[in-house]
Design a protein around this ligand. Structure first.
Ligand code: GLC
Length: 657
């Protein structure tokens, strides 16, 4: 495909962020249909009454972004609430679609960008730059699929994980010893619930130091990795962005010696605090530092590790040494003062805003390969470049095999090196719905390998929430149950109906040939893995407002139940479909439903899948792990289709493509 349908505009003196991989000639002037106000740094266009605005990848609120102010400013944001303006990611692709004309835009600006989408003015869409050095792309196309596909060609092919990463993963912040991990494996095995991954949160490290293993709690780590792998389980450790400041710790000492950490104006290394206590931040924007840090993952891959998750890479800052000093000085001033009510709020704010303080992001600099840039100007690139550091190292050091990688923070371009999980959600039913709405937006922006903490990270979950969330999670490429320290334990064996959980997870394993095929086709053809109905049913006005049903690949639509105490839900069918009500991979009812509205029953242990006309859905027999699945002995659920018509994608699942 040629990219003549993409126009590139330039404002100010933009940096090359690495988001784009195709060189598009520059078009002079202001994009057609937009007005630009140099003084307020605002680009504005009108919205048609019918415009749906898609995009922005991982953020809050709906699939249609109309009616809110979204801000790209990557943050360690555990409150995924409607009042917020963004989360951990900046994926600045949007698409306006009124049903007849549609076009996409991509704002390649690594600083803070506001997207005022009919928020200030119900008929206008305004992009406000904190710093207007930006590339701005306008993408034309006849359909949303065409626009997404062109955008994705512009930004390069999405990351491909190993096939085993399509299995189920159990995680929890709080597995402290090898025996804790063994216990998880044992309990799953005992109940016969398939499991491919156990995630290792920060407790495996020595004092939260990256690339260390606590030798008392995880003795003979290499043997332990092998022991688990022999059981069919891969261990997936976390890596955090901050490097602990500690004499004698090689990563710290090398980083200081080589000048690989982010520096303040006066040339000293920034001192911030995260889990390990005081840390320095590697300057991932510098290619030498990036290579150095990336090569450290080898310590773990040499011990048999095949996957990682990168965290705290917005970067999250609990406090900086400098800011803390300022706060303490100000507190002294308060000591002998009468606190009036405004003084009380100012005081409270002084203490309450020490973490992730905007001022701190203006205190340090990057050596962006020879160009000194203040961090806030390129803030949204940090997580991307941390993951790029790992991704480039994997290509160098593990050239023959795929390594699992996903990150909390992201920017467009990172999708070539890893996936994302959607961070610290809460065990709320509304966050299950949020997860459903985030998925198609993530597909548009190329973050195909993605998913949420199933069951919810924060708060105390309930059995029914974990079950309903698992019923949706089986369709997300990254399928992981994860929970915070202190929350109610939510491994699937903690509840009263393990048999139901087993059936649901087994259904995922039966679907792996389909899920992997559809995922790979989306990667290789720049397509959508999970799509809103409106992408497909262009002439159906109703579909433009449906955000709680999704197309998963080419053959099926899903309609998850996401409310408590419900034994069914309303479903809208844009065309006649075959309803499959799964209780397990081999126990289900089938029913043909006409186009239109239906109330469909779904007991707590039942998963609703709708097969589209002329389509086939392959199923294999579940196994204890993905490596043990058979791809030859498949059965098919079809709706007026020949099983042979299904376009299966198959490869060895591990070699790099
Ligand atoms: C962050 C991560 C979370 C992890 C925790 C401890 O909050 O988002 O997934 O469990 O840190 O490492």
């Amino acid at each position: 495909m040629s990219l003549e349908n993409i126009k590139k505009y330039e404002f100010g003196k933009p940096l090359n962020t690495g988001a784009v991989v195709v060189d598009i000639p520059k078009t002079e002037g202001i994009p057609t249909g937009f007005t630009y106000d140099e003084g307020s740094k605002e680009l504005t266009t009108s919205l048609n009454k019918k415009d749906v605005v898609y995009g922005l990848g991982e953020t809050i609120r709906g699939v249609n972004k109309r009616g809110w102010l979204y801000i790209s400013n990557n943050a360690d944001e555990p409150h995924h609430e409607e009042t917020k303006h963004g989360l951990y990611a900046s994926q600045n692709f949007l698409m306006l679609d009124d049903g007849n004309r549609c076009f996409g835009i991509f704002v390649d600006n690594p600083g803070i960008v506001q997207f005022d989408i009919a928020y200030t003015d119900a008929d206008k869409f305004t992009i406000r730059f904190e710093d207007n050095d930006t590339y701005f792309y306008v993408i034309d196309g006849k359909t949303p699929y065409e626009i997404v596909s062109s955008f994705r060609e512009l930004i390069g092919r999405s990351y491909i994980p190993p096939l085993w990463a399509f299995g189920f993963g159990q995680s929890r912040w709080g597995y402290k010893t090898a025996d804790d991990v063994r216990e998880v494996a044992r309990r799953y095995k005992e109940l016969g619930i398939p499991l491919d991954m156990i995630y290792m949160d920060i407790d495996y490290m020595q004092d939260f130091k990256d690339f260390t293993i606590n030798p008392e709690r995880f003795p003979d780590f290499e043997a332990f990795v092998k022991e688990m792998k022999d059981e069919g389980i891969r261990l997936v450790p976390i890596i955090d962005a901050g490097v602990k400041i500690e004499e004698g710790y090689d990563v710290y000492e090398e980083g200081v010696k080589e000048g690989y950490f982010c520096k303040k104006e006066d040339g000293t290394n920034l001192v911030a605090a995260v889990w390990p206590g005081k840390v320095h931040f590697p300057d991932f924007l510098n290619s030498a530092a990036r290579k150095w840090f990336g090569d450290k993952y080898k310590l773990l891959t040499d011990a048999g590790i095949e996957g990682f998750w990168n965290d705290m890479n917005e970067p999250a800052i609990f406090y900086t040494e400098d800011h803390l000093k300022e706060v303490f000085a100000e507190i002294k001033d308060y000591e002998n003062k009468e606190l009036d009510i405004w003084g009380f709020f100012a005081f409270k704010n002084l203490i309450g805003s020490i973490d992730n303080n905007p001022e701190d992001y203006r205190r340090f600099y990057h050596d962006f390969d020879g160009v000194k840039v203040r961090h806030d100007k390129v803030h949204n690139l940090y997580g991307f470049y941390m993951t790029r550091s790992a991704g480039e190292a994997f290509e160098r050091n593990n050239p023959d095999k795929r390594i699992l990688m996903f990150s909390r923070s992201s920017y467009t371009g990172m999708h070539r090196y890893g996936g994302v999980w959607t961070g610290d959600n809460t065990s709320w039913w509304s966050h299950l719905l949020l997860n459903i709405k985030q998925m198609p937006s993530l597909s548009m922006t190329g973050f195909l390998y993605s998913g949420a903490d199933v069951g919810g990270f924060g708060g105390n979950t309930t059995e029914d929430l974990v079950m309903r969330w698992t019923e949706f999670g089986i369709f997300t490429p990254l399928f992981r149950n994860h929970c915070a320290l202190g929350g109610r334990e939510q491994e699937l064996y903690q509840f009263g109906k393990p048999e139901d959980f087993k059936n649901i997870v087994e259904l995922r394993y039966s679907l792996v040939p389909y899920i992997y095929s559809e995922f790979m086709k989306a990667v290789l053809n720049n397509g959508m893995y999970m799509a809103p109905l409106s992408f497909e049913y262009r002439d159906d006005e109703r579909c433009r407002e449906i955000e709680d049903q999704l197309l998963v690949g080419d053959s099926i639509m899903v309609a998850p139940v996401y409310e408590q105490n419900k034994t069914g839900r309303y479903v809208y069918l844009p065309e006649k479909m075959k309803l499959i009500r799964f209780r397990s991979y081999n126990d289900f009812d089938e029913e043909i439903l006409e186009a239109g509205d239906h109330y469909v029953k779904a007991e707590l242990n039942e998963v609703l899948v709708f097969v589209r006309p002329g389509k086939a859905l392959p199923l294999t027999k579940p196994a204890k792990c993905v490596d043990d699945l058979s791809w030859d002995d498949l059965s098919y659920i079809t709706f007026d289709a020949d099983p042979e018509s299904y376009d299966m994608y198959k490869d060895d699942g591990i070699s790099r493509l």
